[in-house]
Design a binder for this molecule. Structure first.
Ligand code: FRU
Length: 432
């Protein structure tokens, strides 16, 4: 079956959402993702799986987890991966519908080859902490000295999102609740999904994906980060949350440490709850974003795409004020103090303009009409990736990023005004 997108990871069939269990194991990078292979909705979630030796050429692997045991019968929800004694473990949420609501428990599966997984008989954490509702999911596991730590997202009984820390001496448990390390204030989200914790430049960093934010923007969903000066998760005071990506179709971001190039990498779901449901008539919906590197420079977080994507450049197209491109392209340019770049396809349009230190992005296709304006003092460089309906715009090496779906079609006409110099490339697919 044809892939809908060319260089973004997507499910082979059906519905895809969060990236899960990103890890390097036995010579290969493994990315898993939430996938319902049987329908383009999220009614019954499996873990899809792809692997790669270089992070840009990928191969499909067999489904890693299927919802087939009593405790995960309605979904193998999001989670993470860890290597312990030469084996790959997946810690995930077993989702089970009940007559009134649902139950969520934390479960474990193990593999020696990274391809075939066996589930441990019983959930390893079967009840949430006392003040938490049944919304209790998305474990992120890591090793911390002589023990394992895990963060789990939740909602307290008053309806505020929160993140819990657990620890255990052995990966299979017994797991103990340590403390709630972060909590929402009013309008900061009713449920905090997909927590992630790691250190970057010796500072602690927390990622969360809240739902139920008190804003109409992105339907009340977003993916946020907070930095804590102490690298010790137990001493954390995470309160000043910032937005990871200015685009609409970016959610459930998660990271992993790449031991080969010693860097922290991030991938998110290229989609948004409530929005992706509107895409009908495709055999695949949902994709993962490009892999980005996380870097702290001064007090700024930069999230540029990993350098490996340059290897996908197949043909260079001469950059000019008016040019034609295919639906899988990259544009790289240095603008003047004000500029405009217009992309027109047979199915939609995408315009990025800049003046008086305001950047405006206008998107329209048969599903969307969106305008977003942000302040940005200086633009040194822009890089725009277009992939058959997916767009990622990186400003100043990832200082600001916009991840947006926009169905442009395959024949693109580009008009550039006030651009000093630029380059354009047609990009190769990532699945051979
Ligand atoms: C985030 C999320 C997670 C959950 C998964 C289910 O998009 O709702 O909290 O584990 O998706 O697919």
């Amino acid at each position: 079956m044809n892939n809908r997108y060319s260089y973004h990871i997507q499910p082979e069939n059906g519905w895809g959402n969060d990236p899960n269990g990103l890890i390097y194991f036995k010579g290969r990078y493994h990315y898993f993702y939430q996938n319902n292979p049987l329908a383009t909705n999220n009614s019954r979630i499996y873990w899809g799986h792809v692997s790669s030796t270089d992070l840009i050429h990928w191969q499909r692997e067999e489904m890693a987890l299927a919802p087939e045991t009593e405790y995960d019968q309605d979904g193998c929800f999001s989670g993470s991966a860890i290597v312990v004694d030469g084996k790959l473990y997946l810690m995930y949420t077993g989702h089970k519908n009940l007559p009134e609501n649902y139950s969520e428990t934390q479960c474990l599966a193990v593999s020696s080859d990274g391809i075939t997984f066996e589930k441990i008989d019983e959930p390893i954490i079967s009840t949430p902490p006392a003040n938490n509702t049944h919304r209790f999911r998305d474990p992120k596991v890591w090793r911390n000295g002589d023990r394992f730590c895990a963060l789990i997202g939740g909602e307290n009984v008053e309806g505020f999102g929160q993140v819990h820390l657990y620890q255990s001496i052995a990966i299979a448990g017994p797991w103990q609740f340590v403390k709630t390390i972060a909590k929402a204030q009013l309008d900061e989200g009713t449920m905090w999904e997909c927590p992630d914790y790691f250190t970057l430049d010796n500072q602690g960093m927390l990622l969360i994906s809240p739902k139920g934010l008190g804003t109409a923007d992105k339907g009340g969903f977003n993916s946020l980060y907070a930095i804590n000066k102490s690298p010790n998760v137990q001493e954390a005071d995470f309160s000043d949350f910032k937005i990871l990506d200015k685009g609409t179709d970016f959610y459930a971001a998660t990271t992993f440490f790449d031991p080969i190039k010693q860097r922290r990498l991030m991938v998110a779901w290229f989609g948004l709850p409530g929005e992706q449901e509107k895409e009908v008539g495709y055999h695949q919906v949902g994709a993962l974003t490009m892999t980005r590197e996380l870097k702290i420079e001064g007090d700024q977080l930069l999230t540029p795409p990993i350098e490996e994507y340059e290897e996908l450049r197949q043909t260079e197209v001469t950059f000019s004020d008016e040019m034609k491109l295919s639906g899988s392209s990259e544009l790289l340019f240095t603008p003047q103090e004000y500029f405009e770049l217009k992309l027109k396809g047979d199915q939609g349009g995408y315009i990025v303009s800049y003046q008086n230190h305001q950047l405006q992005l206008t998107i329209c296709d048969k599903l969307r009409n969106r305008i977003k304006t942000i302040a940005i003092s200086e633009i040194k460089e822009l890089r725009l990736f277009i992939d058959q309906g997916l767009t990622e715009l990186y400003i100043n090496e990832g200082e600001k990023v916009f991840t947006n779906k926009c169905e442009l079609g395959n024949n693109l006409f580009v008009q550039a005004e006030n651009i000093l110099e630029g380059k354009a490339y047609l990009l190769a697919p990532i699945f051979s």
